[in-house]
Design a protein around this ligand. Structure first.
Ligand code: ACO
Length: 329
């Protein structure tokens, strides 16, 4: 049993910040950022809420899929940067679209979120209880960024991507991985509200994490880099093995867009070709779980994905998480 992507959509907010714009606020320059990350510019929400970006991407995905709104029976949201603790981002997206009846929930698997959600959708669809699942991945990462930290603030942008999937006989295989012992390698703590009755501050069991400012993202860039370049080739190979395929069967590889050097190293380790690897990081930066569905929508629009093609998605991120999915488009 497999899935078919019926339609994909994306939303990138119109406000763009270039590397030269960052040079005005921190000690950096276009040459360093371009060479070390591959990023030239990123989109930033400017008044849009996360769920509103998600709803715009979802609307386009639903229109392209030609599925009537009342036949979307589940919405899986993926985000690390939601507007509300509750309700879920997917409920807010469903409300914005005018959907009356759909099971809605969010998952947080950081930048691997879309791959996790696709695997989950495949499993729900294969039982036959649900017919059309909307996956919407929306990230407003600029709300988590410390704009005084030059090593991380230049990396992230905002955006949303969405797909509508249904059941099919097409091949689908996925391999997910989690390494919770690395959970403190990338952390954004919630904002603890002040409380007149509280006398003690929280103890995270780790001095470094205790000192992180609430609400901001902190990461061990070198450790994440090492994890990414080793795990992505592994999960891709394992997903291919499960599908009885090999690397040469892949028509287009769509990796998480975190750093062009991570992508190039993973592609080299896979003995694959950059010509068959989709890259948009120069225009978007890292948008966590939204990167992969945005790249899918862009690749379809550019004619780089056609029906019958074998597509491989792979992501890694906080958690630590990673995953790969291989399927026929
Ligand atoms: N501009 C200029 N110089 C800088 C900047 C900057 N923006 N940032 C750091 N530097 C300096 C450092 O201070 C250091 O200077 P020093 O040598 O004088 O000490 C020098 O550049 C080298 O710094 P490194 O940290 O070694 O640079 P590196 O090449 O490792 O790149 C980076 C850093 C881009 C963060 C890289 O480690 C990386 O991409 N890691 C993975 C991060 C990632 O993918 N995170 C997202 C995970 S996904 C998720 O879940 C959100």
């Amino acid at each position: 049993m497999g899935i078919k992507i019926l339609g994909a959509g994306k939303y990138l907010p119109p406000l763009i910040a270039t590397n030269d714009d960052f040079a005005k606020i921190v000690d950096t320059n276009d040459e360093w950022i371009s060479k070390r990350t591959g990023i030239k510019e990123r989109h930033m929400a400017n008044g849009e809420l996360n769920f509103q970006m998600g709803a715009k991407a979802a609307k386009e995905a639903i229109e392209k899929s030609c599925v009537p709104l009342d036949e979307i029976d589940m919405i899986i949201g993926t985000t690390v940067s939601q507007d509300t603790y509750t309700p879920s981002m997917s409920s807010l997206v469903g409300m914005a679209l005018g959907i009356e009846n759909a099971v809605c929930f969010d998952i947080n698997a950081a930048c691997s979120g879309f791959v996790y959600a696709l695997d989950m959708a495949n499993k729900y669809l294969s039982f036959g209880e649900y017919k059309n699942i909307l996956i919407v991945s929306s990230e407003l990462l600029t709300r988590l960024v410390d704009y005084t930290d030059r090593s991380s603030c230049i990396l992230f942008g905002d955006g949303a991507g969405a797909v509508v999937v249904t059941n099919s006989d097409n091949k689908f295989s996925a391999k997910l991985r989690g390494v919770p012992s690395g959970a403190y390698k990338l952390v954004a703590k919630v904002n603890e509200p002040s409380n007149a009755f509280k006398t003690q501050s929280c103890d995270w069991g780790n001095d470094e994490v205790n000192n992180f400012k609430d609400g901001y993202m902190y990461m061990d860039g070198h450790e994440i880099y090492k994890f990414a370049t080793s795990t992505m080739p592994q999960v891709v190979q394992e997903a291919l093995e499960k599908a009885n395929m090999n690397i040469d069967d892949i028509d287009l590889l769509i990796p998480h867009q975190a750093n062009i050097r991570i992508i190039q190293t993973a592609v080299k380790n896979l003995k694959f070709s950059m010509d068959k690897c989709y890259v948009c990081i120069d225009k978007t930066g890292n948008m966590s779980s939204a990167c992969i569905p945005i790249a899918i929508a862009m690749a379809i629009d550019e004619g780089r994905i056609n029906r019958g093609d074998i597509i491989c998605l792979t992501g890694f991120g906080a958690g630590l998480t990673s995953g790969a999915a291989v399927f026929e488009f």
